[in-house]
Design a protein around this ligand. Structure first.
Ligand SMILES: CC(C)(COP(=O)(O)OP(=O)(O)OC[C@H]1O[C@@H](n2cnc3c(N)ncnc32)[C@H](O)[C@@H]1OP(=O)(O)O)[C@@H](O)C(=O)NCCC(=O)NCCS
Length: 166
């Protein structure tokens, strides 16, 4: 490409995704993402409940100018602890840093709301999720053998991870 079009093309940069707190109107999109990401999808009503529950914190991500969500994260807070209920990124948007951005934004807000200790459960074989949590210094503090059953009936462990903010 030459001339002004070439120059303009060389200036183009993809805009970073929008990361924002979730709203009740995101529930259908969150349920769609959850179905895409897990074997047992949560319902639209589940995500509506999260939106109105004051103890539940949620963030979503979408490309600029689009309403379809590319990622979401939810956690439940209790005193100075919180538990990540779910984190999910659309298949087409994975392994491009969105999970990391969502978790970073979410952790910053949890910390500002008084969370000191964060917990979550992850399937032992979930390599992308484990790589993500390792980045944020989560460490294993427990294991529930045979907790998850795969589509083939095979059982796998749930690992309990913990991250301390100070
Ligand atoms: C787990 C999940 C949220 C990660 O989101 P993502 O946007 O793909 O993650 P990122 O691109 O930010 O990558 C985070 C880390 O995981 C690594 N990673 C991503 N995909 C990977 C893969 N397929 N295999 C191994 N590592 C992978 C990245 O290299 C990165 O590690 P680094 O920081 O050391 O480079 C996403 O894979 C997902 O939605 N999975 C299905 C739902 C799920 O399992 N949620 C977690 C339940 S506990």
């Amino acid at each position: 490409m030459t001339g002004i079009y070439g120059k303009l093309a060389s200036l183009w940069r993809p805009r970073p995704p929008v990361l924002r707190p979730n709203r009740i109107g995101d529930a259908a999109e969150c349920a769609r993402l959850h179905r895409e990401s897990f074997r047992h999808g949560w319902s639209v009503e589940d995500f509506q409940r999260f939106s109105i529950d004051k103890q539940t914190l949620g963030h979503v991500a979408h490309p600029h100018g689009q309403s379809s969500l590319h990622g979401a994260i939810f956690s439940r807070m209790a005193a100075d602890e919180a538990e990540i209920l779910t984190i999910m990124v659309a298949k087409a948007a994975r392994n491009q840093g969105l999970g990391r951005q969502l978790l970073m934004r979410h952790l910053a807000e949890l910390a500002s709301l008084g969370t000191h200790h964060l917990f979550l459960e992850v399937e032992a074989g979930n390599k992308p999720a484990l790589a993500l949590y390792q980045r944020f210094y989560f460490r294993q503090v427990g294991e529930r053998p045979g907790y998850y059953a795969g589509a083939d009936g095979k059982k796998s462990s749930a690992l309990l991870l913990r991250c301390d903010f100070h």
